[in-house]
Design a protein. Structure first.
Lengths: 323, 185
């Protein structure tokens, strides 16, 4: 991998060059999803630990499928049915997993910074599958890939992020990524979920509580899920949220006619998004899912497939192409 | 360790003559070119495949479909070469089932690239036949792989490298034999 990347912990610490490289490397894997035979032997003999300390369906299935299509085996740890419930600490759990000699570990955790904590203590590559309210880097990468495919390029779009931005690691990763590519980003939602402090995340970032104003001229609308499980303060009544912030067909008409609608899933139809929009021609929701596989395959290929740093390189003297 | 040029194996004119001859051989031995398709292996095999298709079109008026194969995902030395090779992608827009395929590469050496290429093709379907066309066969096989269509067979030693330089990629057109020299000894 040209710009060397030992782990994938977040978007914030990636260079623009590294982001573009990952998106380019996902391209062949998008094509691969259309193959009749979806099984490679590229990572045969490698094992990927999938450690989810927080419930998840789609990200876990996506990583597991990505690993399996590359030929790797997976070992799964789910918090609900594991030693975590019995009070084991994070570091003891991951050290136990590491003792079974996986070649990499994918971690989701409710604490921000957990993957980085683990990465500093283990010798194997760590991939962040979402940590607290910090980052969800593979989601931002698959969103970027969907934008690039549907709109022809990634640079310079007006992007509106709608919903509970404060608690959203998806929003944070997307802000870091898209601002790197010159996006003009507008954050919109109830005032308590879109505090002004967020404006310091990226230059030119705008916060508003008016959905109509936020959607005007938007090229991309990223709808966030209303995350009821992550809210501790008294939440907004659902009816009020729907009235003020639901993305309806009528509201979407304020955006550019070719605006792309994205949602990280799972969608709550009738709450943050109307079915007419979710199933409409401007929706990229299902492409996001397929692109997620491609992004995760590209990352596993480069991070897990790579030889350990101290391994001997018996083939390095034969690196010329004429074999 | 330094690399020095030992001698030129093919000039630009000789590369062109070889490709013209190979194009004729492929058509002669393909029973009317029914189901024939040409697949170039990235990178230089693609340029050569492209030229073969053009040559075939100009003398036989047959339009042979062409595809591009990236073998990076099928290599057998992934965990030993350090950084992973970048992926360029496979672009084969026709079904390979029951096709008569000619795989094109610049140099045939250990045979491992061709093993990887066949694995890649079988992931796309079941070709009726796969044959191999190379510009240079330099020997030193490590697998039971042979080419049906060969531009030039060259005797080489294990330390030597055959470099195929093509206008489209390298800005010059010739094939050279280079060797690694250890200045320390």
């Amino acid at each position: 991998m040209l710009p060397y990347l030992p782990h994938l912990l977040g978007i914030e610490n990636l260079t623009t060059e590294q982001i573009s490289f990952i998106l380019d490397q996902a391209k062949p894997f998008q094509e691969f999803q259309r193959y009749p035979l979806k099984k490679l032997a590229t990572l045969r003999g490698k094992t990927v630990a999938i450690a989810f300390f927080e419930p998840s369906t789609r990200t876990r299935i996506s990583f597991t499928t990505a690993a399996s299509r590359l030929g790797a085996d997976t070992m799964a740890l789910q918090a609900e049915s594991s030693s975590v419930k019995k009070g084991e600490s994070l570091i003891d759990t991951v050290r136990t997993i590491e003792a079974m000699r996986p070649d990499g570990i994918v971690i989701r955790h409710s604490s921000s910074g957990a993957p980085e904590f683990v990465a500093q203590r283990l010798e194997i590559p760590v991939l962040n599958a979402g940590d607290g309210t910090h980052e969800h880097p593979t989601q931002a990468l698959l969103d970027a890939l969907t934008i690039r495919d549907r709109k022809g390029r990634l640079d310079g779009w007006n992007v509106t992020i709608l919903g509970d931005v404060l608690h959203s690691r998806v929003a944070r990763s997307n802000i870091h990524l898209l601002s790197r590519f010159g996006a003009k980003i507008t954050l919109c939602g109830p005032a308590m979920w879109v505090p002004r402090e967020l404006e310091s995340l990226a230059p030119g970032l705008r916060c508003t509580s008016c959905t109509e104003a936020a959607l005007e001229g938007a090229d991309v609308v990223l709808v966030l899920r209303v995350q009821t499980e992550r809210i501790h303060e008294p939440a907004l009544a659902p009816e009020e949220y729907i009235l003020g912030y639901q993305l309806t067909a009528k509201r979407l008409r304020l955006a550019r006619p070719d605006a792309l609608v994205l949602h990280p899933g799972p969608m709550i139809r009738g709450l943050e998004i109307d079915s007419a929009v979710a199933d409409g021609p401007q929706s990229g929701v299902l492409e996001q899912v397929t692109n997620g596989l491609a992004i995760r395959m590209a990352l596993l290929y480069h991070l897990i497939g790579r030889a350990p740093a101290d391994a001997p390189h018996p083939a390095k003297d034969r690196s010329n192409a004429s074999d | 360790m330094r690399v020095v040029e030992k001698r030129q194996l093919l000039s630009a004119a000789e590369i062109n003559r070889s490709l013209q001859r190979l194009a004729h051989e492929i058509i002669e031995k393909s029973e009317g070119a029914k189901d024939l398709a040409i697949v170039g292996i990235r990178r230089r095999g693609v340029t050569l495949a492209d030229r073969l298709v053009t040559a075939i079109r100009s003398f036989s008026k047959v339009d042979v479909p062409m595809g591009i194969l990236d073998i990076a995902l099928y290599r057998d030395d992934l965990s030993t070469i350090g950084a992973q090779p970048s992926l360029q992608g496979t672009e084969i827009d026709f079904p390979v089932d029951d096709r008569d395929l000619v795989v094109v590469d610049d140099v045939l050496y250990t045979g491992r690239t061709i093993r990887a290429a066949m694995n890649g093709l079988f992931d796309l379907g079941r070709p009726r036949r796969i044959r191999l066309c190379v510009l240079i066969d330099r020997g030193h096989r490590e697998l039971p792989v042979e080419a049906t269509f060969i531009g030039r067979t060259v005797q080489t030693s294990d330390t030597e490298i055959v470099e195929v330089r093509l206008q489209e990629i390298d800005g010059e057109e010739r094939v050279v034999l280079v060797d690694r020299v250890d200045d320390a000894s």
